[in-house]
Design a protein around this ligand. Structure first.
Ligand code: GDP
Ligand code: ZN
Length: 293
């Protein structure tokens, strides 16, 4: 019997691992070249006669998707149907909060709720930035993957959700995932890729089930994801306090740079909007493609 809502839980180039509604897991091929399912997708799939593989025939509408432009200027989708984008910064390498703001901005644009995590709390404290995000309504956690502090708070946020973990290299994304799982996810993926029916397949991405509930979609692409903000409306929409204050600007198309009657600039002067966040906003606008840097 065909199934109309199988979950893609791992991808190996053109093969996929599916979980059916009844909990069964099986391998599947993809019908045609144009269909490109990713981890987190709900798909229509059917058994193939005399084969153990199933066939994916369609992808259900995505609630949201993590995407990036590839070298040919096309949009490449990395994961779908994400409930939580966790941005990690750390005590070392020194936290770059501008980069955190860009991830949070991208999450807003993709309609994915964001959380901000400060890792390596064993070697340094986060300062005021984390409470700025908390004031804006984002979930925040201070943790140490090494010592285990804060991890139960983090798994609490992730329970029953499909999360992805992003951030600059070296902040401890893999360490956090492994600490939560209780095993080395990347090594396990390599080994399982090799032993599957003798085929040498490499796992591109997988959904890891957390012991406390919830899942993480992990892949090299997700781990290296860097937001590519393309347009001014994307930047404006991605800074929620600036977007909100902007409704009171004199001009409807105000970019909050040096226009007269700008409510955002007044809010920054009053301290209602953080100067640091406002500078991240300006820098993101100035960095848009096609503008002088
Ligand atoms: P990723 O590139 O973001 O996946 O970062 P990794 O998980 O590979 O971690 C980078 C380095 O930071 C490794 O040497 C980890 O052992 C170290 N590290 C990760 N988490 C912590 C932590 O909470 N405290 C300390 N002191 N070091 C950590
Ligand atoms: Zn304005």
């Amino acid at each position: 019997m065909p199934e109309d809502s199988a979950l893609v839980i791992a991808t190996y180039s053109r093969r996929m691992r599916l979980r059916l509604a009844d909990g069964r897991e099986l391998d599947a091929r993809i019908k045609g070249k144009r269909l490109k399912p990713v981890c987190g997708d709900r798909v229509v799939a059917e058994p193939i006669a005399e084969e153990s593989d199933w066939l994916i025939t369609a992808i259900q509408d995505r609630r949201n998707a993590l995407s990036r432009p590839n070298l040919r200027g096309e949009t490449e989708i990395l994961a779908a149907n994400i409930d939580l984008l966790i941005v990690v910064a750390a005590a070392s390498p020194q936290a770059d909060w501008y980069v955190v703001d860009r991830y949070v901005c991208a999450a807003e644009d993709m309609n994915i709720p964001a959380a901000v995590v400060f890792n390596k709390a064993d070697i340094g404290v986060s300062g005021t930035e984390l409470s700025e995000y908390a004031k804006l309504g984002y979930a925040t956690v201070e943790c140490s993957a090494k010592e285990g502090s804060g991890l139960s708070e983090l798994t609490g946020l992730m329970a029953d959700k499909t999360a992805i973990i992003v951030g600059q290299s070296g902040v401890g994304k893999s360490s956090i995932i492994n600490a939560i799982l209780g095993y080395d996810a990347q090594r396990t993926a390599e080994i399982s890729g090799k032993t599957r029916e003798g085929r040498h397949t490499t796992v591109n991405s997988m959904m890891l089930r957390l012991p406390e509930g919830g899942t993480v979609i992990d892949s090299p692409g997700v781990r290296d994801f860097a937001p590519a903000l393309q347009t001014a409306p994307e930047v404006i929409r991605g800074f929620r306090e600036i977007e909100a204050a902007g409704h009171d600007c004199r001009f409807a198309n105000c970019r909050h740079m040096r226009e007269p009657g700008c409510a955002v600039k007044s809010a920054v002067e009053d301290g209602a909007i953080s100067e640091r966040r406002y500078q991240s906003y300006r820098r993101s606008l100035n960095m848009l493609p096609g503008r002088p840097a």
